[in-house]
Design a protein around this ligand. Structure first.
Ligand code: PLP
Length: 413
């Protein structure tokens, strides 16, 4: 996407706006597929929560991707987007038995991450095969908010509970068809990931009826030039060798599954916002944009550092800025950023805005959530309209006769 294309999109659809490049998504999908071409059966299940626009889900479906879902609503979105139930896996954490049963009734694959629900589900539905989420207690990297495989994590069934798990499976006669782990975002060290995989293989040997082993996700993507990223190709080589050896030992060709979210869509997305005010203070120059953490919370929530480019003046001299939002509390996109000189009215482009950006947007400060546009084959396609005032009040119950406005009250002496 050229700067001029982006500026045109902002002009046509208004700002702030999210823009996604379909070609980049396809490139990432192919790259991951190629890295594991030595595996006979590979299944990528796109993690819907990263970016769940229905048109994006349709794009994933057209690539042959499956769908990883974490709520019954994501399951329903996936079905609506045309995924067949067997291509959807439901991998929730801490949801009710009823929600899992609802998903099972829709025919999607079930992944259970605690012994309590496993025992209940297995007792009631021994005929429905389930996958189990194992917590290998390995720190794969990232900060503690996004790293989910460590000892204190709420996710998965601890490997130390395997004896209890096996007892439940034996007593309920349920069928375990898959083993899963997801150690969280930002795999920096492939050897640590491979070490966790060994724990998964060890666990897998306990089950005779497996169809797949799911290694989750957490691939780190670059946020700017020179950033370290997960070496997918090296991981592909090493894990393929190990996986194929395991299948031989196991006696059957299993499916190797992944659930990439960020890897597929992060770099494909940008967020465009307009500078409302340039404010010189005693300590810095603030550039305030027509957005905030209501639309783009990653910098405030995770301390994520998203690269910012002034696409209205890409060749201007560089200066230091603090780029901030319009929310009425501290709302910083980036401090001390070197950006080409900013004038009021310029459009700033925030990179890596494909994953966990729109899906985390809210109406805080009673603002509208932005529009979303897909850049596809050289054309802009609107895939979500900007909200309107009607959307803000749609579900509110305006109980008009509960209170009398002060000005209408008769004062009593
Ligand atoms: C969020 C999530 C993913 C996707 O993680 P990324 O880091 O975005 O690739 C995969 N699997 C599960 C179970 C998840 O909850």
């Amino acid at each position: 996407m050229k700067h001029s294309d982006l500026l045109n999109i902002a002009k046509t659809y208004g700002n702030p706006v999210y823009v996604y490049d379909s070609e980049k998504i396809v490139t990432q999908f192919d790259r991951l597929t190629n890295a594991f071409k030595g595996v006979q059966k590979l299944k990528l299940n796109y993690a819907a929560k990263a970016l769940s626009n229905i048109t994006i889900l349709r794009l994933m479906n057209s690539l042959g991707s499956g769908l990883d879902t974490v709520s019954i609503q994501e399951v329903k979105l996936g079905l609506l987007a045309g995924f067949s139930p067997e291509d959807i896996i439901f991998t929730p954490n801490g949801v009710s038995l009823e929600e899992i049963e609802e998903a099972a009734a829709l025919g999607v694959r079930i992944n259970i991450d605690n012994l309590s629900v496993l025992e209940q589900f297995g007792s009631k539905h021994p005929d429905i095969p389930v996958c189990i989420r194992i917590n290998p207690h390995v720190m794969a990297g990232g900060n503690s908010n996004i790293s989910v495989g460590h000892i204190d994590s709420k996710f998965g069934i601890s490997i130390h509970q395997i004896p209890h798990l096996l007892r439940i499976v034996e007593l309920t006669k349920m069928n375990i068809n898959g083993i899963h782990m997801h150690t969280g975002s930002d795999i920096l060290d492939i050897d640590v990931f491979l070490y966790a995989s060994e724990i998964l293989f060890e666990t897998a040997k306990n089950f005779k009826g497996l169809d797949f082993i799911d290694f989750g996700s957490g691939f780190k993507v670059p946020y700017r030039e020179g950033d370290i990223e997960t070496n997918i190709e090296e991981l592909g080589k090493k894990l393929t060798t190990r996986f194929n050896a395991f299948c031989k030992e196991y006696g059957r060709e299993l499916t190797l599954a992944f659930e990439p979210g960020k890897f597929l869509v992060s770099e494909a997305g940008v967020f465009l916002a307009r500078v409302n005010v340039v404010k010189q203070t005693t300590s810095t120059v603030f550039a305030s944009v027509d957005s905030g953490f209501n639309h783009f919370i990653r910098p405030m929530l995770y301390g994520a550092s998203h690269h910012i480019v002034n696409i209205s003046n890409p060749h201007g001299r560089e200066r230091y800025y603090s780029v901030v939002g319009y929310i009425c509390e501290t709302d910083t996109f980036g401090n001390n950023r070197r950006i080409n000189e900013i004038s009021e009215g310029d459009i700033l482009c925030f990179k890596n805005a494909g994953a966990y950006c729109f899906t985390m947007a809210s109406n805080y400060n009673s603002r509208y959530r932005p529009a979303e546009v897909l850049w596809h084959k050289g054309k802009a396609v609107l895939i979500r309209e900007r909200e309107t005032f009607d959307d803000l009040i749609k579900n509110q119950v305006d109980v008009k006769d509960l209170f009398v406005p002060a000005r209408e009250k008769v004062s009593v002496k």
